[in-house]
Design a protein around this ligand. Structure first.
Ligand code: CO
Length: 298
């Protein structure tokens, strides 16, 4: 093959690619109407009280994006199946996206309502990547970061949560925020968060149920300081099972019981982080970040 016919070949190939992309974009002659939507993705909770958290987020999102349809998905299959038995049908992220695709949404901003970018968040990214490559699917689909995704977030969350501590707490009393914790490398965000709090108030700690720092790590410090009272607050979006049982429950291995055993009196706050507007604002900022790409690069 000589150079000339090679170039012609490439030219024809390019033309073909150009034509096929135009056909795809117009959906067999029908130009797609731009239809933007939001999908909020939470771990989920079977506690009726969790509705307070989710309703609060939804109201804030609807206020920030007037007229944009908002859908929900829960990543926990166990919780979805449990709720389904009670007649409450909730979608997984892929079910919700399939529905939105069928309803001809062109631009979807998926907002992770997770605290850190752990396994659940990375699974969500894989799902979104799958939808991104589907033929005749969304024009654009983007994911907003979870609550803690940058040093700016760490500072913003620190300021918000310090402001959310009840006024009755005295400076020498400890505050322990209970996070979930994970085997995933992003568990380090809990340790970074703990460091951020400590920089502002040496009596404010972050502990986790399933990762590091553990309550035992914190207990060593409380005992060294002679702390006799601690406030326990969730560092989870929803005050669900972990908060009501692992944190505030009566069982001997709950955090209140372990601290009582060590002679430390506790006060518990049963309010998920998503019930605080100043925290929801941070998720909404992340969603705005994702959504703004639709205007900049439609
Ligand atoms: Co858990």
């Amino acid at each position: 093959m000589n150079m000339r016919s090679l170039l012609q070949g490439i030219g024809i190939l390019c033309l073909c690619l150009l034509l096929s992309s135009q056909v795809l974009a117009s959906g067999h002659g029908h130009t797609k109407q731009v239809k933007k939507g939001i999908l909020l993705v939470a771990f989920g909770s079977s506690y009726p009280q969790a509705r307070a958290s989710f309703e609060n987020i939804e109201a804030e999102v609807e206020k920030a994006f007037p007229g944009v349809p908002v859908r929900w998905a829960y990543t926990s299959k166990i919780i979805r199946h449990k709720l389904a038995k009670e007649g409450k049908k909730l979608d997984s992220a892929s079910m919700a996206l399939a529905r939105m695709m069928d309803e001809d949404f062109t631009h979807v901003a998926v907002q992770s309502l997770h605290t850190i970018g752990g396994a659940e968040f990375h699974d969500l990214l894989s799902i979104v990547n799958g939808f991104e490559s589907m033929p005749d699917g969304f024009t654009k689909i983007l994911v907003g970061y979870p609550l803690l995704a940058s040093s700016h977030d760490l500072e913003a969350v620190r300021e918000a949560m310090l402001a959310n501590i009840p006024d009755e707490r005295k400076p020498d009393e400890a505050v322990i925020f209970m996070g979930h914790g994970t085997h995933h490398p992003s568990n380090a965000f809990y340790q970074a968060m703990a460091y951020e709090f400590q920089r502002k108030d040496a009596n404010v700690y972050v502990g986790t149920v399933e990762g590091a720092p553990s309550l035992e790590d914190i207990l060593v410090e409380l005992e060294a300081k002679g702390t006799d009272k601690a406030w326990l607050m969730p560092f989870m979006s929803v005050a669900g099972d972990h908060v009501r049982n692992d944190m505030a429950g009566d069982a001997p291995d709950s955090w209140t019981s372990i601290l009582a055993e060590a002679g430390i009196e506790t006060e518990t706050v049963l309010k998920g982080t998503a019930e605080f507007d100043n925290i929801v604002d941070i998720w909404v900022e992340h969603l705005k970040g994702a959504f703004s790409h639709f205007e900049q690069h439609p």
